[in-house]
Ligand binder design. Structure first.
Ligand code: HEC
Ligand code: HEC
Length: 483
């Protein structure tokens, strides 16, 4: 958070006490929410069918589940999207989107959008523009670069031709409800929301190794524990200040997001077609069919398209009554995105709203060297790689221009006019002097330990069969192991 570091500092102090208690007593200070297995409502059963019904899209090839794949904690797969960090959709499945799809796991805990003293929190989508899960869920059906139906009536006529899903829909809402297409689409949204909320085993299982540790059912390895300590340490990772490792009011377990918004100045991803100079469709070679109208982009900006999160370019659907107000006037918030959960982070590559990093290691490396060794035009004193510089990379900067050379500007996914919006007042961004210099807060081995800890947030750990726990290869340490 840029505007209220004080509040966050205070919250952090409380968190640190809580996590100290947690490790001192073997990890049982949280009240576990034993997930009660309840039968799903008719609405949720309809939602489950709707979620994976491709026949409801104009292409006949896309459902919610195409971009939110279960084995990837309900995120998209760049391999499915021809290598792009944003999903493909549309009538011919060749229209690229604009953002990396977030995980749907634990999303049901998201509070309503609020704005207090300029500090935003909650709401759905990475910019909070949908008021509820139900209001969010109607949008992909009629979005031209996603499921691409013309209108609610087209969605309903497709539903009428999909007997299995139709039967479950009618059981939940009655056949008469199909007469009003807008009402039927709203029911479809409500059904999807019920599924995402009620199917605890799929969306809110809390079965990670970390949860078993908190319950005292397993010990973490020395390196994982060190990673947790680094995650919580205000002078090292300080990750917990935005991704709390202890539970808050939203849930009885830690969600690793406080649902606040922050501008952390991540690098531009040139593989998003809208970001490229030509804004051409890499699949068809034609101009992009849909480009959002720029909002708040100054005339002298370096590039023509910017995704600036809660201040544009995407605005709320006028049908969504309780939606986030249009914040286009709130210039200090330009570039802020919602803090995502880090649960299942090992499964959800690529990372950040623009998918700029393919691996967690890179994301962490970027966090701790962001303002240290970028050889960009606006950094007068770049610290080179090697001791005191970037623990991993041989070359200097994550901030590159379209041709791969160092960009003239560091925070190149924001017009320079808004550089001051970037959060520069907190660790890990402003690295305190360690080892006699303005060096990164962690060594390569500490980064590995932090990543090992983040991998314990992967669901599917069974304390009775710990060896069956399957975490992806990116969880392996890169640096040589501690002696
Ligand atoms: C073409 C790919 C695609 C399809 C199809 C799709 N989504 Fe998404 N989804 C995304 C992307 C990309 C975002 C992030 C967009 C943004 O922040 O503006 C997203 C965001 C979301 C979110 C917000 C999560 C949060 O934490 O704020 C939810 C919930 C969601 N999708 C559910 C669904 C459901 C339900 C469906 C089916 C009706 C669906 N999606 C279909 C790509 C897709
Ligand atoms: C000041 C708040 C803040 C701090 C401190 C912070 N983060 Fe984040 N984190 C964010 C925000 C905001 C995003 C989303 C940014 C975006 O998508 O543009 C994010 C996104 C991420 C992501 C990508 C998640 C995804 O689903 O794509 C990872 C991984 C991550 N953070 C890890 C960490 C780690 C590890 C630390 C500590 C070294 C940390 N964060 C510290 C605010 C913070």
């Amino acid at each position: 958070m840029v505007s209220n570091n004080k509040t966050r500092g205070y919250a952090l102090a409380v968190l640190m006490v809580a996590s100290a208690t947690l490790s001192a007593c073997g990890g049982s200070s949280e009240t576990p929410a034993a997930p009660t297995v309840q039968a799903m409502s008719d609405a949720a059963l309809a939602g489950e069918a709707l979620f994976s019904d491709k026949s409801l899209s104009a292409s006949g090839q896309q459902s919610c589940g195409t971009c939110h794949i279960k084995s990837r904690a309900f995120t998209a797969d760049p391999a499915v999207d021809k290598g792009l960090p944003v999903p493909l959709g549309g009538v011919n499945m060749d229209e690229p989107g604009f953002r990396n799809a977030p995980s749907l796991m634990y999303a049901a805990f998201t509070p309503a959008f609020s704005l207090e003293d300029g500090a935003a929190s909650g709401g759905f989508f990475r910019d909070g523009r949908a008021s509820t899960l139900a209001a969010q869920a109607v949008q992909p059906f009629v979005n031209s670069f996603e499921m691409a139906n013309q209108d609610a009536a087209e969605v309903v006529s497709r539903l009428k031709n999909s007997p299995d899903t139709l039967r479950l829909y009618v059981e939940a809402y009655g056949a008469d409800s199909l007469n009003d297409a807008n009402q039927a689409l709203n029911n479809i949204g409500a059904a999807l929301a019920a599924y995402e909320t009620e199917d605890i085993a799929e969306f809110e299982p809390f079965t990670s190794k970390f949860d078993a540790y908190v319950d005292g059912k397993v010990t973490l390895s020395e390196r994982e524990l060190n990673g947790l300590a680094l995650f919580n340490n205000p002078g090292k990772g300080n990750c917990t200040s935005c991704h709390p490792s202890v539970h808050q009011e939203f849930s009885s377990r830690a969600l690793f997001t406080d649902f606040s918004y922050d501008n952390i100045g991540i690098p531009r991803n040139w593989h998003i077609p809208a970001n490229s100079a030509t804004t051409r469709n890499p699949i068809t070679g034609a101009s992009l069919k849909y480009m959002p109208t720029p909002v708040n982009v100054p005339n002298d900006a370096e590039y023509s398209y910017y995704d600036m999160g809660i201040c544009g370019p995407f605005v709320a659907d006028p049908q969504d009554g309780g939606a986030r107000p249009d914040l286009a006037h709130l210039l200090p918030s330009c570039g802020q995105f919602k803090v995502p959960t880090l649960r299942n982070i090992a499964l959800t590559a690529p990372y950040f709203h623009n998918g700029v990093f393919a691996e967690i290691h890179q994301a962490v490396e970027w966090y701790i060297t962001r303002d240290i060794n970028n050889n960009t035009g606006n950094n007068p004193t770049p610290v080179p790689a090697g001791p005191g510089g970037n623990p991993y990379e041989a070359v200097g900067t994550f901030y590159v221009a379209a041709d791969g050379t160092p960009d003239l500007y560091q925070y190149n996914d924001l017009p320079v006019l808004y550089d001051a919006n970037v959060n520069a007042g907190e660790v890990p961004y402003t690295a305190p002097a360690i080892a006699g210099g303005n060096g990164p807060t962690m060594t390569a081995q500490e980064i590995d330990d932090l990543v090992l800890f983040l991998c314990t947030l992967t669901d599917g750990f069974d304390p009775n069969h710990p060896s069956a726990y399957n975490v992806p290869s990116q969880c392996q340490p890169i640096a040589s192991p501690s002696p």
